[in-house]
Write a protein that binds this ligand. Structure first.
Ligand SMILES: [Zn+2]
Ligand SMILES: [Zn+2]
Length: 270
């Protein structure tokens, strides 16, 4: 009785994450074209038709841009809050609206809790998925965090969270001042340092795996994200830390009662 967590790819050119239990196959976000999604799922021997439903965190194109095509091409149910559904012009007959902090059940063995996170110009949520007595958090696109988020994420067995930029690379990099200001503001994205600070607050001895996601291609580097985050969590975390690239899928993590280990496995076949 396990749930796999597989990032199909994360970054400013599209995000989508597959959660798969014995009874449900769910995507969190769909920021790819239909063809790109089909290609990425095919590497896991899946087709878009196999997906039961899709949860969308917020309306920005890299997270929700490919939601409507799932409805029009494949008749797939999309779950989003009202603002996100409106912004994406989702088809009402194939949309289920959720409220913040209302637990959504999918099939017999998966429940997903949307938790609000601050991200300017949107009504963004993080998701905490429960299966087999364990929990996995998927958190992306936030400039800061709330006590409420800490409370819901603390002690999760798996945490996927953005580590968007290295502070120095952003500040001395090519972006105009106004954009630097927006990215680093309370409604922007998390720096590697902030992600490390957040993880230091929420990791417990239960936390077995962490994936850093949504790294900026201009303002970050995998080794900077990894070393900065490890500096903050070294004392509290000894599990598996990985980085999700823009072009996935390349590994999976597991939660659930039958699982006793922290290792990630290669899942892509090409
Ligand atoms: Zn966003
Ligand atoms: Zn994004």
């Amino acid at each position: 009785m396990t749930m796999t967590i597989t990032h199909l790819g994360t970054g400013s050119r599209g995000n989508s994450t597959l959660l798969e239990t014995p009874h449900a196959k769910v995507l969190v976000d769909q920021g790819f074209s239909g063809a790109q999604l089909a290609k990425r799922l095919a590497r896991l021997d899946l087709k878009p038709e196999d997906i039961d439903c899709v949860f969308i965190s917020h309306h920005h194109g890299d997270h929700g841009g490919g939601a409507k095509v799932l409805q029009t091409r494949w008749n797939i149910q999309v779950l989003a809050n009202e603002r996100t559904a409106l912004e994406l012009d989702l088809l009402p007959e194939l949309t289920t609206y959720f409220e913040a902090l209302d637990l959504v059940r999918v099939g017999d063995d998966l429940a997903i809790l949307p938790v609000p996170v601050p991200h300017a110009g949107s009504d963004n949520v993080a998701f905490v998925a429960s299966h087999g007595g364990e929990r996995a958090a998927i958190i992306t696109d936030l400039g800061s965090w709330t006590d409420e988020l800490v409370n819901h994420v603390r002690g999760c067995e798996h945490i996927s969270i953005e580590a968007n930029y290295d502070h120095n690379r952003l500040m001395y990099g090519p972006y105009p001042y106004s954009l630097k200001d927006r990215i680093s503001g309370r409604g922007g994205h998390l720096s590697n340092e902030q992600t490390g600070q957040f993880l230091a607050e929420v990791c417990t001895e239960k936390t077995r795996s962490i994936t850093l996601t949504h790294l900026s291609e201009k303002n970050n580097l995998p080794h900077l994200a990894e070393s900065t985050v490890l500096y903050f969590i070294d004392e509290v975390f000894s599990g598996d830390l990985r980085i999700s690239a823009q072009d996935g899928p390349d590994f999976s993590h597991y939660i659930g009662r039958a699982h006793n280990g922290a290792e990630a496995q290669k899942t892509a076949t090409n």
